[in-house]
Design a protein around this ligand. Sequence first.
Ligand code: OTU
Length: 642
Amino acid sequence: MNLELESKRSLERILHSLDLSKMAKRDQKLFIRRLHEKFPQLFVLLFEIYGHRYDFFFYLQSVIQTLADAHTKRSRKLKDKDQARLNDPHWYQHENMLGMACYVDLFAGDLKGLKDKIPYLVETGVTYLHLMPLYDSPKGDSDGGYAVSNYRQVNTTLGNNKDLESLANTLAEAGISLVLDFVFNHTSDEHPWALAAKAGDIDYSEYYYMFDDKHIPDQYEQHLREIFPQIRRGNFSWDDDSSKWVWTTFNNFQWDLNYTNPAVFNAITDEMLYLANLGCEALRLDALAFIWKEMGTNCENQDKAHKLIQAFNCCLQIAAPAVVFKSEAIVHPDEVLKYIDKDECQLSYNPLLMALIWNTLATRNTHLLTESMHKSFAISPDCAWVNYVRCHDDIGWTFDDAVAQNLGVKGQDHRQFLNQFYTGRFEGSFATGVAFAENPSNGDCRVCGSLASLAGLEQGINTDNDTLINHAIARILMVHSIILSIGGIPLLYSGDELALLNDYSYEQDDSKKHDGRWVHRIPVTDAVIAQSNTLNTPQHQVTTGLQQRIAIRKQHSLFGQAGTRILNSDNPAIFAFERYTDEGKKLIAICSFSEHRQVISSTYLGLDNGQVWHDLLTDFVKTSAANSINLQPYQVMWLTQL
Ligand code: OTU
């Protein structure tokens, strides 16, 4: 079949019956132009996924009408934003960018309260704010909001849709881009689609994966991972109402959507555009690795998952092009890279860097970090990493076992060591963490804990040990320096900038006590912020140290749109990289992962070229005379040429 010809014919037919009567004339022209530009791509993608169905054209036609209707409803302001972003597509690479992720309730009570906190965000330098899922969801355990019962309704405990729209506007005026979750792998079992399926509605039963018995689930199960083995073994849950087994990759109440059904693609596109029209500028694609299931595979990172995401992105670029996608693929590093493309996800979390920063703090040896970044840091110049040290989830020890093997590190054994180190079961460890998702079959687990507690501050304070405290502060500042300078959007996890310690109160809460991740989901009260303003507290040192680094980042374009080259050093405790421009401007970052003084030779880093280097963080100046550099415990240098 000649797909190009069929695409052209399909578009002609669709345009013939497309209803644009409610769309303003000037928008119609632009919309049709974007449609002409993007339709061929969308057609091929959807044809590859759904082209075998007799009703393919029906769904194709209906999704285009959905795009037109959503564009009609898009506000003038957002349409202007579309144009502005198309003129400046790499806005997210700017040195001014600084991200923060927070829970509305923990940070500000509700959406109205959040508005009052905008001055704090501005003062911190935030330009990108990810609000954890704030949609209607089941009472009690809702997986922190990742079980959505209605994408179009803000959770009433946080406010209403008007509050959210108004917040998006005010944030935009303050120069902060709103980022929302697009939880499209599953809905809650209380979503109207799920309720209809429970009641036996045939159409809605096909929105999910439902089975009469375990015969087929058991066949799938042979190849599947278990994500939350502490909650339930396997990936399927029995639903009493429908008397069916339902595919539930995460909790029992999170039902996986069935994307083999084009009705699901169309319905979710409609929900996605609703979120886009609220005024968000990025959508975080939750659990995107899981959206396509294929018998005989592990049902992660399937080829058609990529096609679906590209198709969703095409839809956005037609109806709401100001919005970009952020990939949340917490999978093998090689698979993480496959989601990153200007036509798929323009942004991506960098879980490899995150996990290896923690790995290196434990081992004080940078080889695995350096080798892994050599292999996996480079991405398309159109895209950007979102670099983070902590987030609302646990830490999973992701790295490429083959890279580790070359360095003489056995992947599984090493992961066990890291789990022990960060849950305080390893003698001499500075960390206070909590084990999460322990798998009774293979002993696997992941780690929870706030940045400050995992970095040693909790132990230091509890034992009143100044050396431990000082090392913890230095660690916190050092790891943030990396995400601030390596290239991409640095993303702070709300509360980390205030060095909040673990909060164990979740152990008393029935809807939370089985989920250790709550230990690092901590209220950010005014009292806590005040404490960070009290001189000589560790919190104050962290806050001011961070502020200094953020301010420096924002002043130098080398932190923004510049290349990154990972450097080798002659000292295994040192991680170093270079940021460079085509015009020959350079910044060299040197980071010590050791609590002891370290020396590094200039030759390795290319600092012996007879020029004068100046550290942006201290008044240290390196002249050509000295051929080595001394670093204090956990010191970072950002060296530029004067
Ligand atoms: C995401 O994470 C969210 O970040 C979690 O908070 C949710 O619980 C989950 O999806 C379900 O919505 O399992 O432990 O391998 O690790 O997508 C975190 C990818 C998770 C998963 C990741 C998922």
